[in-house]
Design a protein around this ligand. Structure first.
Ligand SMILES: [Zn+2]
Length: 307
C-alpha cells in the first residue's frame, strides 16, 4: 500500500493543523441600537468585531421592547453604539440597567452615542413638556446626512481603538479607508442631487431634517402634529389647506412607517409618495451605508422629476 502523502493531502493536513494551532481570536462584541450604526461598526471593525443590532430598518427606533433576547445580548456586549439624543430614551436605559453589564453604562468607554459627534438640528430653545419627550435633545435622526456618518466614523474609529487597544492600528487603518471612500461617494451624491436644491417637500415624521439640510430641500409641512403622534383626519385637512401656496413636489416617509397619512396627502394634493429606506436594510438597495445614500438620492430624483 502506498503511504506517501500526496501534495494536496499534505496541504489539507497543514491547513487543518494551522487552524487548530491558532485559536480564532475572540472578536469584540458590539451591540448597535440601529442598523446604520451596526453597519458602521462592521465597516470599521471588519473581522475584529462581532456586531448584533437591536432593531431592524422596519421597526420604529423610538419604541422597542427590551426583550430577554436583547437583554442577553447587552449582557455580554463590550461596546454599545447607539444614536443618543434621546432617540432610545424609551428603551435603552432599561436595557442597560437590566443587562447588569458595567462596561456599557453611560460614562464608560463601552458606551458610545453617535449624536454626541454631530451638530444637532431642531434643538428646542424652550422645553415644553406638553410636546412630549420626543426630540427634546434636538432631532436624533442624524443618519440621513452622510456628513454626520463621516463625523461619527472618526469618533467611533477612535472608540474602537480605545476599547480594543491591541488592534488599534487596524481600526485606524480601516477608519481612514472608510472615510476616504465616503468622502468620494459624498461628492458623487451631492453632484447627482443638485436638481433637488430648493425643492419643497412634505414629511410624514420629522425624520429627514439632516437630509434636507444636506441637499437643500425645503420642508414645508410635517404630517404628524407632534413627533410620533398619528395625524387625525382633521389635522391632515388643515395641513392640506396650508399647502396651497407652498407647491410641494413630494411627500416623504420612512420605510418603517405606516404610509397611510402620506398616501392620503398624495391623493388629495396629487403628489408622489417617496418611501425612503431611512437606514441600512430599509429596502433591497440600501444594503450598506453607501447603498443607503445611492438609493435615497435616486428615489428623491425620481420623484422630483415627476411632472
Ligand atoms: Zn423621530
Amino acid at each position: 500500500m502506498n503511504t506517501t502523502l500526496k501534495p494536496w493531502m499534505a496541504a489539507i493536513l497543514a491547513g487543518w493543523a494551522m487552524c487548530n494551532a491558532v485559536p480564532a481570536q475572540a472578536a469584540l462584541k458590539v451591540l448597535a441600537c440601529e442598523p446604520e450604526w451596526g453597519a458602521l461598526a462592521q465597516a470599521l471593525g471588519g473581522d475584529l468585531v462581532e456586531v448584533a443590532v437591536a432593531t431592524t430598518a422596519l421597526q420604529d427606533p423610538h419604541q422597542i421592547q427590551a426583550k430577554p433576547s436583547l437583554i442577553a445580548r447587552a449582557r455580554n456586549a463590550e461596546l454599545v453604539v447607539c444614536t443618543g439624543a434621546e432617540l432610545e430614551i424609551g428603551w435603552l436605559p432599561v436595557l442597560l440597567q437590566q443587562s447588569g453589564n458595567p462596561r456599557i453604562q453611560p460614562g464608560q468607554p463601552g458606551h458610545f452615542m453617535a449624536a454626541d459627534s454631530v451638530h444637532k438640528l431642531d434643538v428646542p430653545t424652550q422645553l415644553d413638556r406638553s410636546q412630549g419627550d420626543v426630540h427634546a435633545a434636538g432631532n436624533p435622526h442624524i443618519q440621513t446626512d452622510p456628513r454626520n456618518i463621516a463625523a461619527v466614523a472618526v469618533a467611533l474609529g477612535r472608540r474602537l481603538q480605545q476599547v480594543d487597544a491591541p488592534h488599534a492600528a487596524q481600526y485606524a487603518q480601516r477608519q481612514a479607508e472608510f472615510s476616504a471612500r465616503l468622502q468620494q461617494a459624498m461628492q458623487g451624491w451631492a453632484a447627482k442631487a443638485a436638481p433637488l436644491k430648493g425643492m419643497a417637500v412634505v414629511s410624514q415624521h420629522k425624520a429627514f431634517v439632516y437630509l434636507y439640510d444636506w441637499l437643500g430641500l425645503k420642508e414645508v409641512a410635517v404630517l404628524e402634529p407632534k413627533p410620533g403622534v398619528e395625524p387625525s383626519a382633521a389635522y391632515l385637512q388643515q395641513v392640506l389647506t396650508g399647502l396651497k401656496s407652498a407647491a410641494p413636489r413630494m411627500v416623504i416617509h420612512a420605510a418603517y412607517q405606516d404610509a397611510k397619512p402620506s398616501e392620503w396627502l398624495s391623493r388629495q394634493a396629487h403628489l408622489p409618495v417617496v418611501k425612503l429606506p431611512f437606514t441600512v436594510g430599509g429596502n433591497e438597495t440600501a444594503k450598506d451605508l453607501f447603498g443607503l445614500f445611492d438609493d435615497t438620492v435616486a428615489r428623491l430624483l425620481a420623484a422630483g422629476a415627476a411632472p
